[in-house]
Every structure is written in structure tokens, then in C-alpha cells.
Design a protein around this ligand. Structure first.
Ligand SMILES: C[S@@+](CC[C@H](N)C(=O)[O-])C[C@H]1O[C@@H](n2cnc3c(N)ncnc32)[C@H](O)[C@@H]1O
Length: 200
């Protein structure tokens, strides 16, 4: 798996800004948000324009270091980053946040991790908002580009992406793990799906 903040921050994040902004209307002003597997923090900084407080967590210390450096530069006062394993978020008590978000991360986890990660997101927040690949991907430019990006992201990443697709993507995985989809929209020419769910 490619875990370099410089790779994501320079090559991937700039392509995704408008897609990331689609999450903003799903957050109410004044809400508290945790972004799980936050990577470079690109989604966190966008959420910070609307939420009262945003916490970004990621297992990779180098990603958190990269995000923290960006935070020092932009000076946002309502953002915090922590290194944490999404399968064990025990430092956060039940329902500590209004919303738990996860963008473009579920597809890269091995399927055995779906249950602990989604259970933790449900436990610590009242609402769950997830953006990930649509399944099936559209047969247009964005669909082809998505397959190519996943191929070049590495053997393990691509294997997990294929298992995610085989499992049926968010429409199947979320209900199988106790997350009831309340609203769902396809974005970025059908390549991604944004799902809103209540956590209980
Ligand atoms: C594909 S990147 C997506 C990052 C970010 N959400 C975005 O929108 O760009 C996946 C991230 O998941 C993180 N990750 C992998 N395993 C994790 C775990 N067990 N707990 C938390 N983060 C994890 C990686 O370090 C990486 O930053």
C-alpha cells in the first residue's frame, strides 16, 4: 500500500477536492466530526470549514506527521490529529462525535477489518458518512482511471480493492455490518458513492 503523504498530497489530493466538498452539506454547522483513516488530512481541512471541531485519525505516523505540518501552516484552530488504529478507537467514549466520516479508505482494508472498523465508527458517533468507490464502477473515463489507480497502488491494495468490489461495495458491506443506509448518492461521474447512515 502506498502510504506516502507526499505522494497523496501532491498527486492524488488535488484531483479529489471537488469530490471531497460533496460531503459538506451532510454536516451541520457546529457539529463535531471524526475522520477515520484520514491520510494527509485533505478531507479533514475541508470539513473544518463547516464543523465546530474535526479530529483526524490514521494508523500511519508519517501520514499524521504530514497532516500536522499542514495544520501548522494553515493555523486552523478547530482541527486535531492523532495516530490511532481504526479497529480500536478506545480513547473515544461512546457517541463522542456527531459524525464519523471515512473517505476512500474502506476499499483498501482487508475484508476481515470491515466489522471492527465499522463497529467502532458506529460506537463513537451518531451518524456515519462514507465515500468510496461505486460498485460496479462506470465504464467511462473515471471508472477506467479508478481501476488504473488501484492497480498502481500496490498488490495488497489492489487485492483488497477487488475483494471490496466482489463483496458488492458499500451497498452490501454496510448493511452486512449493521449500518443501515439512509441516503446514497453517486458522484464524480458515477465513480464514487456517498452514503449517509444512522449509527444505531
Ligand atoms: C487510501 S488512504 C485514504 C486516506 C484519506 N481518507 C483520503 O481521503 O485521502 C487510506 C488510509 O488508511 C490508513 N490506514 C490503514 N490502516 C489503518 C488502520 N487500521 N487504522 C487507521 N488508518 C489506517 C492509511 O495509513 C492511509 O492513510
Amino acid at each position: 500500500m502506498v502510504e506516502s503523504g507526499i505522494f497523496y498530497g501532491t498527486l492524488v489530493d488535488p484531483l479529489l477536492t471537488s469530490m471531497r466538498q460533496r460531503i459538506l452539506p451532510k454536516i451541520k454547522k457546529g457539529e463535531t466530526v471524526i475522520d477515520v483513516a484520514c491520510g494527509t488530512g485533505a478531507q479533514v481541512f475541508i470539513l473544518a470549514g463547516r464543523a465546530a471541531q474535526v479530529t483526524g485519525v490514521d494508523l500511519s505516523q508519517s501520514m499524521i506527521d504530514y497532516a500536522s505540518k499542514k495544520l501548522q501552516k494553515n493555523g486552523l484552530k478547530n482541527v486535531t490529529f492523532f495516530t490511532a488504529d481504526a479497529t480500536r478507537l478506545e480513547q473515544f467514549v461512546d457517541k463522542s462525535f456527531d459524525v464519523a466520516t471515512m473517505t476512500l479508505a474502506l476499499h483498501q482494508f482487508e475484508p476481515g477489518l470491515y466489522e471492527p472498523i465499522l463497529s467502532e465508527m458506529k460506537r463513537i458517533a451518531n451518524r456515519v458518512v462514507i465515500i468510496d468507490y461505486a460498485v460496479p464502477l462506470p465504464k467511462n473515463y473515471t471508472g477506467v482511471a479508478s481501476h488504473a489507480i488501484e492497480f498502481f497502488a500496490g498488490i495488497e491494495h489492489n487485492r483488497n480493492f477487488k475483494l471490496y468490489c466482489k463483496a458488492g461495495g458499500l451497498n452490501s458491506i454496510l448493511p452486512e455490518h449493521g449500518i443501515k443506509i439512509q441516503k446514497s448518492v453517486f458522484i464524480a461521474k458515477g465513480a464514487f458513492q456517498l452514503v449517509i447512515a444512522a449509527s444505531n
